[in-house]
Design a protein around this ligand. Sequence first.
Ligand code: DAH
Length: 343
Amino acid sequence: MEVFSKIEELLAEINSAQPTSKEELETFRIRFLGTKNIIKPLFGEIKSVANERKKEFGQAVNSLKQAAEEKHSQLKEQMEDADASSAKSEMDLSLPAAPMAQGSRHPISIVMNRMIDIFEKIGFIVAEEREIEDDWHNFTAMNTPADHPARDMQDTFYLKNSISDLLRTHTSSVQARVMTTQKPPIRIIAPGRVYRNETISARSHCQFHQIEGLYIDEDVSFADMKQTLLYFAREMYGPETNIRLRPSYFPFTEPSAEMDVWLGTDTTATKKLTKGTGWLEVLGCGMVDPNVLKNCEIDPEKYTGYAFGIGIERTAMQNFNIGDIRLLFENDVRFLRQFSSVI
Ligand code: DAH
């Protein structure tokens, strides 16, 4: 029937329509969807359709109308997208860029990176490990069994509902992690955050940072350790710096020592820092206790090693003249912005 083929024709026209301008799209809209559109009169043609096909005809005209509407909105959308992307390509590239706020490094990161650089230069490799540790790596492997009085030195945060999971109290736990997974020679530094259940004040906090050092190989001696630490002190505090090692005690080293650097008492600042002695305490160190090696399945007859632990906060506070440790953990931008010129 002629009216049916008319519908077919119009449908084909709608489907193949390819307007390339807004004007052509408007012509399409007027033809198929305008007030005097070409589809409308078709509804009147129903009179001439045989009764048994009236329903089919009605549906065909309706879907023709729908096809026109869909096609129109699809074409319109395409044209708007094309407009947007051509607007983009017309961007004025000579305009000055939007200002970008300059961030700054945290004073702890500044000091930590400086120390990492110093040790990396002589072959130490950075080892990073978990802050949530277990009792074994933090204490037992480090020759500090459950009944050891040294555990009281480090008030520990245990995790809720656990008797063995804790927040590491020192980066020495990384020693155990590395020694149980790597074979000597081992030469690592482990920078990171540690936690102790301490009252927060201007001088102490329940979180702080350390860098652990560990060197295990055949024939490593106390003299090797001393030389490495002297090198570190001179890189950090100046080429003329002298150090001294005072006997001390740590469960995981034997013998153990604490290292001081000589700052002198020439200025009021150094007098204050060194409490009038000229010596500043910088780190704890010692020869790795054979029990620690045994715990980690390294043969203490074959291998020896040294370890050290450096506190970061104190150095950062001295370097930048920060009087209150809490400032380091408050993230107050007025404080942090002051370090934007330091790398
Ligand atoms: N873990 C010790 C502390 O937190 C510091 C330390 C001392 C680390 C001597 C060492 C070491 O590796 O040999 O107080």
